[in-house]
Design a protein around this ligand. Structure first.
Ligand SMILES: [Zn+2]
Length: 434
């Protein structure tokens, strides 16, 4: 296995350090190390962070390989600095059995670009009627601990209560896509001033907040773990802050796009901005940034949702919801959180690696960058300035809302257990098993 000596990396944005990686582990860390390795990397000016962990990725395989495969999705993840992703269950077939989650898990092992932890569906076929085989998925080789009907809300309170009770037995968590279905029928964008002016069906904040309010109460009642997916409103932040204040076991994530973009963009009618939950107001964006900074929101999760051109290059009303995000997440977080002074790089490591790994109960990911730990690492160049060009993406899809936008920073290198998956901003062929 190739050994690496990384020179002068700013570890967590601090003082320059040398990092020696060999045998899959961080062997030595210190200033001016007297050491040699097969490959030496000049990391002057680069920030070293633990490998990023995504709680919310749509890899689309099985069933929609025209949008993404486990291979292309994990390549995109590596290019974005990720060493682990949670693959959402809304595939075809749905990941609601031990067989399907094991298939996704195995495809992840074969890809070699990052760890793939399958998420199991809460209900059979995401239909919200009958609990899926949660126990069998947990006991499978995939060892599922995170369950979600993401894309759909588990709106039946009794089913949600049973799911929370069930996962408690093995320290699992239910990740809820909070969307009251009746309040969002025909919804096309955030309900507010802009939707009124454009005459598009509104997705009101209360449809998210009502489900979160119910679910934190249910989680408290059952004494189980709840995770709230893609929080998008200021009111949701208040509810989560309140639930955490009670000492309840509630965690939450926010997407990069909800930290940067607003519903004003919908005026363009460009389906690149169509997403669920929808882009909200500038006030919501500010509340989300503040909540991520103070830790009320635990993690940044991409909700990477690839769609082929034919599902996005069409009229707003019929376009699919979702945007790709793995390859731009760290740049967006730099712009929204770091360059604004809200979060330092240590904070970014916490919200994009340590905490998401802890929520997913991943062992061997989200660990500190210290001697003896598995060498999961990203080297990031915050001084880089460039324009987002979707044609250069590793993901199979091109539906980014950042096309043509100048975003700061770029991933220079990613290491998965000591093996380089990205070097000098380019994917590395996996030569040896990770
Ligand atoms: Zn969702």
């Amino acid at each position: 296995m190739t050994s690496y000596l990384i020179r002068n990396a700013r570890l967590l944005g601090g003082e320059a350090q040398d990092i020696l990686i060999a045998g899959g582990l961080f062997q030595r860390i210190g200033a001016g190390l007297d050491a040699t390795a097969d490959v030496e990397i000049d990391a002057s000016g680069l920030v070293a962070l633990p490998g990023l962990v995504d709680l919310h990725t749509h890899l689309r395989e099985p069933g929609r390989e025209d949008a993404e495969t486990v291979l292309t999705g994990t390549q995109a993840a590596a290019m974005g600095g990720y060493t682990a992703v949670h693959a959402m269950a809304n595939t075809f077939p749905v990941a609601d059995t031990a067989g399907v989650v094991e298939q996704v898990w195995r495809l992840g092992k074969e890809s070699g670009y990052c760890d793939v932890q399958p998420v199991g569906a809460v209900t059979v076929g995401l239909e919200g009627k009958k609990l899926a085989e949660l126990g069998a998925m947990h006991e499978s080789a995939a060892g599922v601990r995170v369950f979600s009907d993401d894309g759909k809300c588990v709106d039946d309170a009794v089913i949600m209560r049973r799911a929370l009770e069930y996962v408690k037995a093995f320290d699992g968590v239910v990740a809820q896509h909070a969307q009251e279905p009746r309040l969002t029928e025909g919804a096309q964008m955030n309900e507010g001033r802009v939707s009124g002016e454009l005459g598009l069906g509104g997705w009101p904040a209360v449809a998210e907040e009502a489900i979160i309010a119910r679910d934190v109460l249910l989680a408290a009642h059952v004494g189980s773990r709840l995770h709230v997916c893609h929080v998008s409103t200021a009111g949701s932040v208040e509810l989560i802050r309140w639930a955490k204040g009670k000492g309840w076991n509630v965690t939450a994530e926010v997407t990069p796009h909800h930290l940067l973009l607003t519903d004003e963009l919908v005026r363009s009618y460009d389906p690149a901005y169509k997403v669920n939950p929808p882009l909200r107001t500038a006030e919501d964006v500010q509340a989300l940034r503040k909540a991520l900074a103070d830790g009320t929101i635990d993690a940044v999760a991409t909700d990477h949702a690839p769609h082929p051109a034919e599902d996005k290059d069409c009229e707003w009303a019929v376009a699919a919801m979702g945007m790709v995000g793995l390859e731009t997440a760290l740049s967006v977080v730099q712009q929204a959180m770091v360059d604004t002074g809200l979060l330092n790089w240590e904070g970014v490591a916490d919200r994009m690696s340590h905490r998401p790994a802890r929520i997913g109960r991943l062992t061997g990911q989200g660990r500190p960058v210290s001697v003896g730990e598995p060498a999961n690492l990203v080297l990031f160049d915050p001084a880089y300035r460039g324009t987002v060009n979707p044609e250069s993406f590793a993901t199979r899809s091109r539906n980014t809302p950042y096309k043509g936008l100048d975003l700061p920073g770029r991933v220079h290198a990613t290491f998965l257990r000591g093996r380089a998956t990205v070097l000098a901003g380019e994917l590395v062929e996996p030569g040896e098993p990770a």
